[in-house]
Design a protein around this ligand. Structure first.
Ligand code: SAM
Ligand code: SF4
Length: 452
């Protein structure tokens, strides 16, 4: 028996792809290794979204090269593969920079990994595949296996938006939506295996436009309605959404589908119209604020989350202040914020005035302080509410279980280990910095008060 370790960088789509890589290599005799040190094959499933992520991959490859040399002395080969968006963007450059690498495989070609491994094992040289063939990829992947009560399911890949800062349209290719029947079959299989919550994934998931059973195009809202009919599946989520693709039917689904959880990641990136235009986001600050109003009118307790970029080229103090003001106006339950990182080949990497590192850091600190205050206030607003929690795993203390609230917060509950895999009502007693603590409730579930 050979062993495999897949190290995942970046987004949930990579987490999903990593699980598929492990499934694809099982028939070749690869079982999961606990650590890279024990493995006969290591796959780095990479992310190219920010510079540091790619640099981390190269330093990890340096470590793996030394491990490979040591193992060779003992007559035990180590196969090294680089998958994901760095593989797609850098291609042969990876082998040029680190010749210990055996396989380079882009995200749309990962279904070809078994034949690539076989080629390397036959000592026929290195293997490199960076074609875009999403249809072929999903047709040849095994359905996602269940590993606990929650699962990800990729429904859409790629992006046609071309935000000026982003590499995704270059590394993941054009938008592609999987057919409804394929997604439904995978969701049913997951539900039969005990999965209670599915998060639909896509770089631009709400641009989903898949072929329905009669050949017509289905929106994400229609897909959610269909999946909500599956018995045993109690919770649905989706990520990541673009404000431009938030259609009326999707907003209505937040009102009508009780299985659709009241949490929405809706990245805005900036609160300045000048920057939104320079980023090619195709909406204004006002469009976004009006959209938030419509979503909150449909589902008053919805928790919102966002991504922000600070220090985009030419960002002035007043542009940044517009972002801070937007954050104060919306009130987020959760958020991710990044310093602008120029990505080679993207329009923003050479455009406008690049912002000094020190200014980027100061702005990021100020934004994160505000977002943390809002996150804490949101958590505090959950105290004394009773809400359904899906228990996922044991906690650190004996008998304790950790689950997720409808708003995606981790919730720790004592004497609840027997409930893992199920949903139970929990009375929230304390809001901690990154999680909630509560106890099992007998009382009926009360809605958390609307955030604003
Ligand atoms: N499709 C999503 C959207 O339109 O908002 C975002 C997907 S992207 C993989 C995740 C986040 O990474 C973006 O929302 C953005 O905040 C951040 N990001 C992307 N490129 C970046 C860059 N060059 N520098 C800094 N942050 C970046
Ligand atoms: Fe990147 Fe999202 Fe813009 Fe597409 S919509 S280019 S994935 S940031």
């Amino acid at each position: 028996m050979k062993t495999l370790f897949v190290k995942t960088y970046g987004c949930q789509m990579n987490v999903y792809d990593s699980a598929r890589i492990a499934d694809l290599l099982k028939p070749l005799g690869y079982a999961a290794a606990e650590s890279p040190e024990e493995a006969d094959m290591v796959v780095l499933n990479t992310c190219h979204i920010r510079e540091k992520a790619a640099e981390k991959v190269y330093s990890e490859l340096g470590r793996l090269r030394r491990a490979k040399e040591k193992r060779a002395e003992l007559g035990r080969p180590l196969l090294i593969a680089v998958a994901g968006c760095v593989a797609q963007a850098e291609g042969e450059e990876i082998i040029r920079r680190q010749n210990a690498v055996d396989i380079v495989v882009g995200p749309q070609a990962l279904h070809r990994i078994p034949e690539m491994v076989a080629k390397v094992e036959r000592r026929e040289g290195r293997a490199l595949e960076t074609d875009f063939a999403p249809e072929e990829k999903f047709d040849s992947l095994a359905s996602a296996g269940a590993d606990g009560p929650t699962a990800f399911l990729t429904v859409q890949e790629g992006c046609d938006k071309f935000c000026t800062f982003c590499v995704v349209p270059y590394t993941r290719g054009a938008e592609y939506s999987r057919p409804v029947a394929q997604i439904e079959a995978e969701a049913r299989q997951l539900a039969n295996a005990g999965v209670r919550e599915i998060t639909l994934l896509g770089q631009n998931v709400n641009a989903y436009c898949g072929r329905g059973p009669n050949g017509d195009a289905w929106s994400l809202a229609r897909l959610l309605h269909r999946l909500a009919e599956i018995d045993g599946l109690d919770r649905l989520r989706y990520i990541t959404s673009h404000p431009r693709d938030m259609g009326e039917d999707l907003i209505d689904a937040h009102r009508d589908l009780h299985k659709l959880m009241p949490y929405l990641h809706l990245p805005v990136q900036s609160g300045s119209d000048a920057l939104l235009a320079a980023m090619n986001r195709r909406h204004t600050r006002d469009d976004y604020l009006r959209l938030v109003e419509r979503i909150r009118a449909a589902r008053k307790d919805i928790a919102l989350s966002s991504d922000f970029i600070v220090g985009f080229p030419s960002e002035t103090d007043s542009d940044f202040e517009r972002t801070m003001a937007l954050v104060r106006e919306v009130g987020y339950a959760q958020a991710f914020s990044f310093k602008f990182s120029p990505r080679p080949g993207t329009p923003a990497s050479g455009a406008g005035k690049q912002i000094p590192e020190k200014v980027k850091s100061e702005r990021l600190l100020a934004l994160q302080a505000l977002l943390t205050t809002q996150q804490n206030a949101f958590a505090k607003s959950c105290e004394n509410a009773t809400m359904p929690v899906l228990f996922e795993k044991p906690g650190r203390k004996a008998g304790q279980a950790v689950g997720r609230s409808p708003y995606l917060q981790p919730v720790h509950v004592n004497d609840a280990e027997h409930l893992i895999g199920g949903i139970a009502d929990v009375r929230i007693e304390h809001a901690l910095p990154n999680s909630l603590r509560g106890s099992l409730a007998d009382a009926p579930v009360l809605q958390r008060a609307a955030a604003r």
